[in-house]
Design a binder for this molecule. Sequence first.
Ligand SMILES: Nc1ncnc2c1ncn2[C@@H]1O[C@H](COP(=O)(O)OP(=O)(O)O)[C@@H](O)[C@H]1O
Ligand SMILES: [Mg+2]
Length: 450
Amino acid sequence: MAKKKTLFECQACGFQTPRWMGKCPSCNEWESLVELSTEQIKFLKDSSGITAAPTGKAKPITDIDEDHLVRFSSGSRELDLVLGGGIVPGSLTLIGGSPGIGKSTLLLKIAGNLAAANQKVLYVSGEESAGQIKLRANRLEANHKNLYLLPEIQLSTVLTEIHSKAYGFIVIDSIQTLYSEETPSAPGSVTQVRTITFELMRIAKSLQIPIFIIGHITKDGSIAGPRVLEHMVDIVLYFEGDSNSELRLLRGFKNRFGSTNEVGIFEMNKSGLNDAKSMAGRFFDKEKLQSGSALTVIMEGSRPIIIEVQALVAESYGHAKRSSTGFDNNRLNMLLALLEKKLDLPLGTHDVFINISGGIKITEPSADLAIIAAILSSYRDRELSAETLFLGEVSLTGEVREVSGLAQRLKEIETQGFKKAIVPAKPLEQSSIKCFVADEVSKVVEWIFI
Ligand SMILES: Nc1ncnc2c1ncn2[C@@H]1O[C@H](COP(=O)(O)OP(=O)(O)O)[C@@H](O)[C@H]1O
Ligand SMILES: [Mg+2]
């Protein structure tokens, strides 16, 4: 008798294996492997052909004509910026973010913009009724006769609708609520999401319609369940930020048509999620700086933004705690070890907490010096000057390294009316900012409370 075939699939990343394992070797998730039923295995086999590239003869690259990308504007300066200059026809984009961050709000507004620009737009929602969406559209002023709403969860109905009119833009809200009847598994499961994304990809490419997919994010920051989605789509954008503050950042993680360096900055108000006007003074309040606060300027894509970093250093009872929000915890541990070693600070007996204002996540090392300044300020319970900014990457040896785009950062500091900066090296260009060079961590102490 033939042995029954078994297949297990990771519900987080889609990894498949014939043996059950407690931990997925691909994404390290625990207990995420689920056994697929015979119908599911059969379905995968039957549909596996569709993932293969179209067969044809290979050609020398010199004989191939390049694609000409004709982008069009989404009507939002910030979204265009993250997309790399606008929407590319036929592209499939995933927008992820935690609940309530503004995914539906942003895309309904974009749908409204494009409808007003004479495109037929389809907004598919498996989450809200047409009436609810209409209510939001009224608030966002996104009402237009070219904007069609389809409250639906069945993939086949959605596909029929897409073929029925000459749509120029489609929004799917959200991928986890769509359901393909041909796939024998629950909505939101890896198999479902894979099939649906594949179908959407095929339709986007064949009809040259850009499709935006909304995806929910789990606590740990991955798109709920299916990380497979990220590999399949052309562009992946994630919302960041604190849902308590009105600023939201949209960061690119993958882009087949442009760079992922840029970040879109939006602000939430009652008329929706609009392009943020100016970043000046949005992430700090000069008047309210206390001990434990330090200012620095980070680069978000091509834009310098002044932010406040906060540290709280308190004597610890028992095991010293270290925790940070918006800053890498390992880097914090490294900086603390360095302070102990180079400055003889007894931080081993202190709890240290770091917070970056406005829900910003620091992804570059230039804020190291500001973190150190904030820690020293909190430890000594002494305020830093509200006129001084701290810039520099700190190495394991305690050397303060140069940061990229120093001139641009100093220009922003100047524009915003600051007077002094602690920098790793003398700037090449003239600036009205008084720069104090601290090329060693130990030197920071000399300048810190000026
Ligand atoms: N009437 C309103 N006035 C101002 N802001 C609102 C209003 N209704 C909803 N919001 C904002 O919109 C957010 C919900 O956004 P939404 O686009 O539904 O999020 P998501 O689709 O990412 O779950 C809420 O967190 C709230 O901040
Ligand atoms: Mg929503």
